[in-house]
Design a protein around this ligand. Structure first.
Ligand code: NAD
Ligand code: DAU
Length: 339
């Protein structure tokens, strides 16, 4: 069994690579990643030593190179994590989001059609459903919830999802899609809420909370997401969408206060800043389908997952300090200076 994992040098993709190498000692895992600012080869240090692992520094939009990889590796399954993933960056500059997230997906699926494949899996997001109001806690996203996007990022992910379903219906490509809520855990890039707050708090820097901090996200420990994808690619029904979420809704401000408390830092570091444009209010996934069909349930409770995550950031300072000492600084100044 050979699995191509695109975007495997990023946050969720790398956790998936480690999960698969550990669980399936007879699988070959081929990572394809062009190492954007969000991809980091040091994240894959442990995998690069494994003879069952191979890495290609390749852009998924590069049709010629992607076809060559398919010809050489003859994958049975492709799991596409490769994407531009940060909402704030998409608001600043949408173009690369459309290129990678939509056109890159098309190249991968064309390669699947040309060389044959048992399964193409698209890693999507709950953001394709738009948002829910705070005063209707009984509402959740199901797989039937209409697509209704807010940001260039979520629109590009929704565009890709529609294309994936079209390739299934039109060409019979054996596809599945997972739409997951917010992940947290090791190797999370420090531009995202939880790792950014941990890094800033440790450095006694202001903790920038958008708006009033009342927006709600449904947080899932990254390893539970990886287990869900593992189940879907092996047992999920072709042509289906599966929602993945932890039933773990929390307001941003409560997360930030919890991080202050866990690190013994003052809440005076919290700074309310201008809101994100088009900011989604609440995400909440109904994961009934994946539970009923595949038996998946989140295994890590938030109270344990956040402790594991904070411990990881304390024990792996070099990983994130190297990141925030580089070009991240100019990103951070641009994004937060006049907020
Ligand atoms: P990430 O930004 O941490 O990693 C993305 C990876 O893709 C990086 O290694 C980057 O180098 C690579 N990449 C980007 N453009 C590429 C290209 N053109 N060619 C090849 N490689 C490229 O992202 P993440 O948070 O790990 O998210 C992975 C996937 O999961 C994305 O598709 C995202 O939409 C989806 N998702 C993320 C979350 C979350 O909470 N982070 C939740 C649900 C779904
Ligand atoms: O729901 C899944 C999505 O979760 C994924 O599809 C995206 O790839 C992933 O980035 C994430 O999107 P969010 O926009 O929800 O994540 P982010 O960490 O950027 O922000 C989480 C919340 O915290 C959001 O309401 C905005 C807020 N926030 C974020 C940052 C970076 C702040 O208040 N301050 C900040 O500095």
């Amino acid at each position: 069994m050979t699995i191509i994992v695109t975007g495997g040098a990023g946050f969720i993709g790398s956790n998936f690579v480690y999960h698969m190498l550990e669980k399936y000692s007879d699988y070959k895992i081929v990572c394809v990643d062009c190492l954007t600012y969000a991809g980091n080869l040091s994240t894959l240090e442990g995998a690069l030593e494994n003879p069952n692992f191979k890495f290609y520094k390749t852009n998924i939009c590069d049709r010629e190179e992607i076809y060559k990889i398919f010809e050489d590796e003859k994958p049975n399954i492709v799991v596409n994590f490769a994407a531009e993933s940060h909402v704030d960056r998409s608001i600043d500059n949408p173009e690369v989001f459309l290129k990678t997230n939509i056109l890159g997906t098309q190249v991968l699926m064309d390669a699947c059609r040309k060389y044959g494949i048992d399964r193409y899996h698209q890693v999507s997001t709950d953001e394709v459903y738009g948002d829910l109001p705070l005063d209707r806690p009984e509402l959740f996203f199901t797989e039937e919830t209409p697509i209704h996007t807010s940001s260039p990022y979520s629109s590009s992910k929704a565009g890709a999802d529609l294309l994936v379903l079209a390739y299934h219906r039109t060409y019979g490509l054996p596809v599945t899609i997972s739409r997951c809520s917010n992940n947290y855990g090791p190797y999370h890039f420090p531009e995202k809420l939880i790792p950014l707050m941990i890094a800033n708090a440790l450095n006694e820097k202001p903790l920038p909370v958008y708006g009033k901090g009342e927006n709600v996200r449904d947080w899932l420990y990254v390893k539970d997401h990886c287990k869900a994808i593992d189940l879907i690619i092996h047992k999920g029904r072709v042509g289906e969408v599966y929602n993945v979420g932890g039933h773990n809704e929390m307001a941003n401000i409560d997360i930030v206060k919890l991080i202050c408390q866990k690190l013994g830092k003052s809440e005076d570091l919290i700074t309310y800043v201008a809101d994100r444009k088009g900011h989604d209010m609440r995400y909440a996934i109904d994961p009934t389908k994946i539970h009923r069909e595949l038996g998946w349930l989140p295994e890590t409770k938030f109270k344990d997952g956040i402790d594991l995550t904070i411990k990881w950031y304390l024990e792996n300072r070099e990983w994130w300090e190297t990141i925030i000492s580089g070009e991240y600084q100019s990103y951070y100044d641009k994004m937060y200076k006049n907020r």
